[in-house]
Write a protein that binds this ligand. Sequence first.
Ligand code: ZN
Length: 330
Amino acid sequence: MNDLQKMISETGQTADQILRQFAKEQQESWPLAAANYSGLASVEEKQFDFGDFVIKVQFNPGRIRSSAAKVDTASIAERKCFLCSENLPPEQKAVSCGNQFQILMNPFPIFRSHFTIASEIHTNQLFAPNIGEMLRISKLMEGFTLFYNGPECGASAPDHLHFQAGENGFMPIDSEYEKIKSSGELLFNGGSTTIRAFENYLRKMISVESASFDEGVEAIRFFTAKFQTFQPEKTEPMLNVLCSFADGKWTIHLFPRKLHRPSQFFAEGDKQILISPASVDFGGVFILPRKEDFDKISAADIADIFDQVTVDDVVFGELKKEIKTGFRTK
Ligand SMILES: [Zn+2]
């Protein structure tokens, strides 16, 4: 297996160039992936304007398997894990990104360059022990936004540790953040790190910016540990996370959640909207695998769905207070 870091050093190419080439080769040798990526060119999109920001909506039938994935323990136990090397289709190749993580092209794309970064070991999806890995890999994959879906927050393989990545600039948040930043509440500013909270963005969000790997990891670990105390019954607190590296610093957006799927997911008939919100939806692109949902979804539905799955004001207020009063860099 090729190693991304080694290829960057040896060829002088960027991760972006190398991974685009890898994706191109995969599409040439894997008909299913080729068909799904060329289908992406014709997916329908529209967007809703919320003033300072937008929410895009993408009709993407290929994502039905992810949106409607059965992720209960019994269903997971019955199926072969699709991220374990021995179960990968013979056409699927991998590029190593170190520390027993490998980059796979996602055959059911949302992004034009959509990768799954899977552990080489079959081990549960777990955030806290892998925060450092997220920062390390996002720096190695500069030009992409890495994301983490918690086991009850949209991951369709909650039993196999993985991140995903897509080209930076696709999700509205990538470009909106600079614009909305000043409207955030500053929770911490010290060392090489800034932490802000956002409440008027339909979804609640804590954003960490740091030029220091150690401080970035520390800040996210602090937040995750505090959030865990509000959901003690969970293996880990319910989270979606976006992480990118540019201009010498990391930007990490944390979306604390209270619910896996909104009521619309379980509704029947006209009231149903088949959506299972995950990181990409929180990044500002609602993924809808059914045409009727794409046609009927309204701005009010979007606001309502975010409201149901995001933590409530009290918990968010407590989290903000914890960071303000408790977080210090070493
Ligand atoms: Zn596995």
